[in-house]
Design a protein around this ligand. Structure first.
Ligand SMILES: C[S@@+](CC[C@H](N)C(=O)[O-])C[C@H]1O[C@@H](n2cnc3c(N)ncnc32)[C@H](O)[C@@H]1O
Length: 264
């Protein structure tokens, strides 16, 4: 079994259904469509090899394989890997972003769409980025997701759940970036500022770094919309996300960021 924070393992193995996370709410659909279009914007052509680290049950690996990429998914939660393997269109194996089994320079693209926000220590995130860089060939690409430092406040504030009892937890998290397992619906995680994620990519030695907002400012509205309202609201939310993806004044209202860096 891959070594993993037991609270994170229990969250995914016992309490959380990852498989349809990006389909069951309007916010999830927005996150999926925007992640897909941003990753597609940077990928080399079909046939390239893509390592999807923290790929869970294959939500991105399945369309990447359908697009013609040679995909290997890695995830430490065995239940995720088993579910991903059932799809049969890509390879799936257990592993940890901090200690990949892949050879040096062996893939064209490494995706870290999950591991960085579950590695709460900066040294662990640096190790995961160093591993991504090691296995990705020179000229290749590393794309990593981060969660915005303000995500907890935005989600709970717009849900009307910020009360005298919970406020301290969220204001503390603004300083530390730490989200603790329970009581607020997620598990142990680290929430980035956009410029901090960019700096971590810089320290890892990537070139031509970009950090973009994934969902933009309308995600909270979609999170709380009824399913029948989503088709009416999603196109405007997508439009806003595209318009403001690179605006430093508003990008932190996005729940997720994507950092893109090139290996030199
Ligand atoms: C919220 S899910 C995201 C899944 C998918 N990549 C996506 O973008 O929707 C986070 C994933 O990161 C994985 N993860 C957590 N710690 C990890 C680590 N140290 N190395 C690799 N993956 C990790 C979890 O098992 C989980 O599948």
């Amino acid at each position: 079994m891959v070594e993993l924070d037991p609270l994170i393992r229990a969250f995914y193995a016992e309490r959380y259904v990852e498989d349809d996370r990006l389909a069951r709410s309007g916010h999830g659909q927005l996150e999926f469509l925007r992640t897909q279009e941003l990753v597609r914007r940077y990928l080399p052509g079909p046939g390239a090899t893509v390592l999807d680290v923290g790929g869970a049950t294959g939500v991105h690996a399945r369309w990447l394989a359908a697009d013609g990429y040679d995909v290997t998914l890695v995830d430490p939660v065995e239940e995720h890997v088993a579910k991903a393997a059932e799809l049969g269109t890509f390879a799936a194996m257990a592993g940890d972003a901090r200690k990949l089994e892949q050879e040096d320079d062996s893939v064209d693209v490494t995706l870290l769409l999950g591991p960085l926000y579950h590695l709460v220590e900066q040294a662990d995130r640096a190790q995961a980025l160093a591993e991504a860089r090691r296995v990705t060939r020179p000229g290749g690409l590393v794309v990593a997701a981060g969660i915005s430092r303000y995500a907890g406040l935005l989600e709970y504030g717009t849900k009307g759940m910020l009360t005298g009892e919970t406020l301290q937890m969220f204001t503390d998290a603004l300083t530390t970036g730490r989200n603790y397992d329970e009581p607020n619906g997620f598990t142990n995680a680290y929430f980035h500022h956009a410029d901090e994620l960019r700096a971590e990519f810089g320290e890892a030695g990537f070139a031509d770094i970009e950090v973009l907002a994934v969902e933009g400012p309308a995600a909270a509205t979609l999170e709380h919309s009824s399913p029948e309202d989503v088709p009416r609201l999603l196109p405007s939310a997508l439009h806003l996300a595209r318009l403001l993806e690179n605006d430093p004044r508003v990008m932190s209202t996005s729940f997720h960021f994507l950092a893109i860096g090139h290996v030199i």
